[in-house]
Design a protein around this ligand. Structure first.
Ligand SMILES: O=P(O)(O)OC[C@H]1O[C@H](OP(=O)(O)OP(=O)(O)O)[C@H](O)[C@@H]1O
Ligand SMILES: O=c1cc[nH]c(=O)[nH]1
Ligand SMILES: [Mg+2]
Length: 211
């Protein structure tokens, strides 16, 4: 597993506003969308392409296009849904699958309540969207599901990661073709499994609900 922290002043600026408790839900959703496009620029650096012949107004030339099989984008509900539009705007030919997962706030164990994606992911590049990598339980379970289905290249886009979660991912997914792209590795997890300084509960802040 590889981890890539996107170190860019615009990312840091937007992330700071996202963290601020005064930021309302509409602004939180817009900033999430903007941050995804910046993270996606790094996350898609190795997206597979193939040559294509075209003709410009001046002459024939050879360019590239996204190759087949098409990439699969998988947002992890709920909070990951807020990252979907920004991602498919950059990868318009991608297919979209869904994983609904929730973390028990007492045990911090993740469980899956919905799965909707192709059974066979052989040879597919998959982009998983989840803003928060906290204990890592959610992302490890999600990525194992994708690898069991044959995905051979998985990139997770997270807005924030905790060092504890990164360590779990590195241990549980050692030797697997997995990359994590994040805007920040924060300080730590608190006793409730929340990222510190973090931004609170991403799903609640995005959708204005609690629980
Ligand atoms: O790394 P972990 O410790 O597993 O925690 C991270 C998960 O927790 C949050 O989801 P939550 O369970 O709150 O669901 P939600 O998106 O519906 O709010 C977050 O969006 C991640 O999916
Ligand atoms: O800090 C955290 C940890 C898990 N899930 C969140 O939404 N925020
Ligand atoms: Mg939540």
């Amino acid at each position: 597993m590889r981890i890539h922290v996107v170190d860019h002043p615009l990312v840091a600026h937007k992330l700071t506003t996202l963290r601020d408790q005064r930021t309302d839900s509409p602004t939180f959703r817009r900033l999430t969308d903007e941050l995804v496009t910046l993270l996606a620029y790094e996350a898609t650096r190795d997206v597979r392409i193939e040559p294509v012949d075209i003709v410009t107004p001046v002459c024939p030339t050879t360019g590239v296009r996204l190759s087949h099989p098409r990439p699969l984008v998988v947002p992890i509900l709920r909070a990951g849904l807020g990252m979907l539009d920004g991602m498919v705007r950059l990868l318009p030919t991608a297919e979209v699958g869904f994983l609904g997962m929730v973390r028990d706030e007492d045990t911090l164990k993740a469980s899956t309540y919905a799965t909707r994606m192709p059974d066979d992911l052989s040879g597919r590049q998959v982009y998983v969207l989840d803003p928060m990598l906290a204990t890592g339980g959610t992302l490890v379970a999600a990525i194992n599901t994708l690898i069991e289905r044959g995905a051979d290249d998985v990139t997770a886009l997270c807005l924030l990661a905790a060092p504890e979660g990164v360590e779990v991912m590195e241990r549980e997914l050692a030797g697997q073709p997995v990359t994590v792209v994040t805007a920040s590795i924060d300080e730590r997890l608190n006793e409730h499994g929340y990222i510190v300084p973090g931004l609170g509960d991403a799903g609640d802040r995005m959708y204005g609900t609690v629980g």
